[in-house]
Ligand binder design. Structure first.
Ligand code: CP
Ligand code: NVA
Length: 306
């Protein structure tokens, strides 16, 4: 049987995503009581080419709660692709540990790791995708809207990795997804087309607009993320100007239906893509979403090792 990875949500069916979210909800409800110790006697390695708070701490905690041991590697010391090839890093690690959790700049580095070893590889964020964040978003939506109705999701800002993964989750689960951002910052065309294809059978929709009012007017939830992602620091000042009209603030929330929720993957740049007022308001579910990273990642590991 081919090993399973989590590289993007495109490789997962709606049924599998639903199973992972249901398992995460169950494990969250009785944390510490019913977990299967699927990593008993096993080791997970974290290789992060970029900084992290949430992803690193939730994966290390997840591994420990599932009975395993985690090794956190500073990517400079590994020199992936510099000291030795990405493929050789994978070929070595598969002899020693049982799962690789990787945060890379190029998505291709992650896929090369996964293609070169026989152990599961989990995407902890690449330039293209952040599937664990999207799963945490999905769990947060299940909790906030338990009736399970079809959601209207508006992603305001940059069409980045987080946007693309929430777009993929939305397509799979049959949500109506709209990305609103300035021209030139849309989500990747290939991902948009793929989502539109998925929506033909899921009943969802994938829309792209530069009209932020249009995007939020029927929204159940507005999600956003930093305007300059890790690796784009040199563009930060230009992006502040380009994205100025796309801030998630109290005035934008007034253009959305009453009761709209606000999601953010965090870290947040208060006063840029989101105001402190909105981030600290009762509409905001960003900190629930941050906690839910732990629960969904435990469910992903349980899924990959069952
Ligand atoms: N949301 C998220 O992935 O946070 P970190 O970059 O801190 O891991
Ligand atoms: N788009 C952001 C997400 C951080 C969690 C980045 O890639 O830096």
């Amino acid at each position: 049987m081919r090993k399973k990875d989590l590289l993007t949500l495109f490789e997962y069916t709606a049924g599998e995503i639903g199973e992972i979210l249901a398992l995460a909800a169950k494990r969250k409800a009785d944390r510490g009581a019913s977990e299967k110790k699927v990593l008993e006697g096993k080791t997970g390695v974290l290789i992060f080419e970029k900084p992290s708070l949430r992803t690193r701490v939730t994966f290390e905690t997840a591994i420990h709660e599932l009975g395993g041991y985690s090794v956190n590697l500073a990517s400079e010391s590994v020199g992936m692709g510099k000291r030795e090839s990405v493929e050789d890093v994978a070929r070595n690690l598969e002899r020693i540990v049982h799962v690789i959790i990787a945060r890379t700049y190029a998505h291709g580095t992650l896929t090369s790791l996964a293609a070169s070893c026989g152990i599961p590889v989990i995407n902890a964020l690449t330039d293209r995708a952040h599937p664990c964040q999207a799963l945490a978003f999905g769990l947060t939506m299940r909790e906030a809207r338990p009736a399970g109705q079809k959601l209207n999701v508006a992603f305001v800002g940059d069409g980045n990795n987080v946007c693309c993964s929430i777009m993929a989750l939305s397509a799979k689960l049959g949500y109506n997804f709209t990305a609103a951002g300035p021209k030139g910052y849309e989500p990747r065309a290939e991902a948009v087309e793929r989502c539109r294809g998925i929506c033909l059978s899921s009943g969802g929709s994938t829309s792209i607009t530069s009209d932020v009012s249009e995007a939020v007017k029927n929204a159940d939830v507005i999600s956003t993320a930093v305007w300059a992602s890790m690796g784009q620091e040199a563009e930060a000042e230009k992006r502040k100007k380009d994205f100025a009209a796309y801030q998630v603030n109290a005035e934008l929330l007034k253009r959305a239906p009453a009761g709209v929720l606000v999601s953010h993957c965090l870290p947040a740049h208060r006063g840029e893509e989101i105001t402190g007022e909105v981030l600290d308001s009762s509409a905001c579910v960003a900190y629930d979403e941050a906690e839910n990273r732990l629960h969904v990642q435990k469910a992903v590991i349980e899924y990959l090792f069952s």
